[in-house]
Design a protein around this ligand. Structure first.
Ligand code: ATP
Length: 305
């Protein structure tokens, strides 16, 4: 659990975070989203004490981070950033192994963990473990950065715009990998992005940050359907909100179990946006769902209330 308790941070006269309180629960995928300069990165960096605070407390598992030895604190928290920051003179395997090695894991265990992460993050190009960072594509380097953050199985992982520089397809694939790993391991994730679609795709809960304050905290659907005020509504998308809603709702919640359809079946876990995409591409108004039932165009485009 990560708890921000009346946190305040200023750089000189510039107050960047003002009296902010928030609790991120164990095992939660929590996304901080907001425009550039709203204070998201600053807030994230107070957790591993890259940014010291001026008031309030930050607690990890009930312990004030200010009272913990800084090295131990940082080794216990995974951290991945957009510019990756891989060590250029170390191989992919050595980069991934940095924290387990600092923690004194036995070599055999480190090797097994590196191999596991290379597979988990789909870094399966032959020989990639022995290559150096400057031979990797941007997407591969970012995957190594994520693998390094996860290597020692930290209970808490911080990610600061980790996919910001990637093309849309690579980005989506990495989002899916990270979401799946987070779910399977029950890691507590605090993730910063300025991309609302990314926030809604990944977050169990999302906090919209504006000018150093939390404008609204809630599930993606709560922000979309019940924006707290006009500014939140504007950021959530106004008329685009409905499209965003399709991207967070699942086939299983809108399908008809007693209907059938012809053709290739969609997964019940697919989003309504995915299903709509297939319908438009294949000019069909109903699709079968894996395991039985069907999803109908009319149930997607009529907004349920
Ligand atoms: N070390 C620093 N010294 C002075 N001002 C800083 C420092 N770090 C951040 N700031 C200022 O604090 C404000 C918030 O920055 P922060 O990086 O937290 O925003 P952000 O929401 O993460 O934005 P972005 O998405 O652009 O990174 C900005 O006005 C920034 O200029």
């Amino acid at each position: 659990m990560i708890e921000f308790d009346h946190v305040r941070k200023a750089f000189g006269d510039h107050v960047v975070i003002e009296d902010l309180s928030l609790r991120v629960e164990d095992g939660e995928f929590f996304v901080l989203v907001g425009p550039s300069g709203s204070g998201k990165s600053t807030l994230l960096r107070t957790v591993n004490r890259l940014v010291p605070i001026d008031g309030g407390r930050v607690l990890v598992d009930g312990q004030d981070v200010a009272t913990q030895p800084i090295e131990a604190l940082r080794r216990g928290i995974g951290y991945a950033i957009q510019s990756v920051g891989l060590f250029p003179h170390r191989t992919v395997a050595e980069n991934i192994a940095v924290v387990p090695r600092l923690l004194g894991w036995p070599e055999a265990e480190i090797d097994a963990r590196v191999a596991e992460l290379i597979a988990l993050l789909k870094l399966d190009e032959p020989g990639i473990a022995g290559r150096y960072p400057d031979t990797l594509s941007g997407g591969q380097a970012q995957r190594v950065g994520v693998a390094r953050a996860l290597a020692a199985r930290p209970k808490i992982v911080l990610m600061d715009e980790p996919f910001g520089a990637l093309d849309p397809l690579t980005r989506e694939s990495l989002q899916a990998s990270v979401k799946q790993i987070q779910r399977e391991t029950g890691t507590t994730m605090l993730f910063v992005t300025h991309d609302m679609d990314e926030a809604f795709r990944l977050g169990d809960r999302v906090a919209l940050m504006l000018d150093g304050r939390l404008a609204q905290v809630g599930t993606p659907l709560a922000l979309i359907r019940s924006p707290a005020d006009e500014r939140v509504n504007e950021f959530v998308g106004g008329t685009r909100a409905y499209l965003r809603e399709l991207a967070v709702r699942r086939v299983r919640d809108s399908m008809r179990r007693d209907e059938a359809a012809e053709g290739d079946a969609v997964s019940p876990d697919a989003t309504l946006q995915d299903a709509l995409g297939v319908m438009l591409a294949e000019r069909r108004e109903r699709l079968p769902v894996q395991g039985g039932g069907a999803i109908l165009l009319s149930d997607i485009v009529v907004r349920p209330r």
